[in-house]
Ligand binder design. Structure first.
Ligand code: GYE
Length: 328
């Protein structure tokens, strides 16, 4: 009995030693600052980063900034003090990173940016950025509207002369919002059908369902019968807006055509129910690319300054068939 117990504790002891050796045997320690959990997209992005870290046998120190840039700056400073091998982060907004990234550079810790872009005075302050191409997504969004209107001969409701568009923008100052906004506006201005359309209102809904609903409610209060198309910078805000549209007694996806970015399961469900029309995919599964690139950097190999992930467009009529294959 006693002997068995000793053996058992010896076994546990050995197992534990083994387990700790295994953990500390991870080749690299990487600190990652995520912005928060504002959307279905972001939740999928975080889950993927954590799972990919395991697949790549990386010791990941993950920090959630709860939508505050100052928390991201603090997290990065802590990573520097912890002497991580590499720092990864999603810049919540484009500007304001110079000082903290200079601190990282002084400590000789390479920085790899994920998803959103940033503007720094010295491009050597980060090694590379992998992820989202927001500008192209915004461009694709207007181009889809343009061809949809041509194909369906969509007319403004209530005999107006222009097709009115409202926009729910993402977080102010984020590249995901400015990129999608600029891409959309550039495609609009370049269109031969430009005169058919008018942007009636454009306001931030901060990438959340709740704010998307609130802002859509206020759009509808002043313009109930004057909105033909909604472009939401992400699916979550479109999902919030759908509730506001229904509450106003209108049919989302019919009275108001809805287009949004991301391609999360929630919007596929809404498309199946006929309440939304199209989603411009933005792929949150960026973990593998992130850790592959990080390892190359740490081994001294050169990497491209900017790499984008592949993205598609999904319209309502394929939603039912595609939903079971969606990973987020
Ligand atoms: O579209 C949105 C998220 O930065 C591309 O952030 C990302 C955006 C995404 O909260 O849902």
């Amino acid at each position: 009995m006693k002997f068995k117990k000793i053996l058992l504790s010896l076994g546990i002891g050995l197992g534990l030693t083994f387990a700790t050796t295994m953990a500390s045997a991870a080749e690299y320690k990487i600190g990652f600052s995520q912005i928060g959990a504002e959307s279905e997209w972001r939740t999928a992005n975080t889950k993927d980063i954590k799972e990919a870290a395991k697949r790549h046998d990386v010791n990941l120190i993950f920090s959630d900034a709860q939508q505050k840039q100052e928390n991201q700056i603090k997290a990065i400073r802590t990573f520097i003090a912890q002497k991580v091998d590499l720092i990864g982060f999603v810049p919540i907004v484009e500007t304001g990173w110079d000082n903290i990234l200079r601190e990282a550079k002084r400590a000789k810790i390479p920085v790899l940016v994920m998803d959103r872009d940033l503007k720094v005075s010295d491009p050597s302050l980060f090694v590379a950025k992998i992820g989202t191409d927001s500008y192209t997504e915004g461009k694709k969004a207007f181009e889809w509207i343009d061809s949809f209107v041509n194909k369906t001969q969509l007319k403004p409701r209530n005999g107006r002369d222009k097709i009115n568009i409202v926009v729910l923008e993402g977080t102010v100052g984020s590249s995901a919002a400015t990129g999608r906004g600029n891409g959309f506006n550039d495609a609009f201005n370049a269109s031969a059908n430009k005169d058919k359309f008018k942007i009636l209102a454009s306001q931030t809904g901060d990438f959340t369902r709740q704010k998307g609903q609130e802002v859509m409610e206020s759009f509808l209060k002043s313009n109930r019968n004057d909105i033909d198309i909604l472009f939401a910078h992400n699916d979550d805000m479109a999902l919030g807006a759908i509730q506001a549209i229904e509450a106003a007694g209108l049919k989302p996806g019919k009275d108001i055509i809805i287009i949004s970015c991301d391609g999360v399961k929630g919007i596929f469900q809404a498309m199946i129910e006929g309440k939304s029309n199209v989603t411009i995919e933005c792929n949150p599964l960026q973990g593998d690319l992130f850790f592959e690139t990080a390892k190359k950097i740490l081994k001294g190999e050169s990497v491209p300054k900017s790499v984008f992930v592949e993205e598609g467009i999904f319209e309502a009529d394929v939603a039912k068939e595609v939903l079971p294959t969606r990973k987020y």
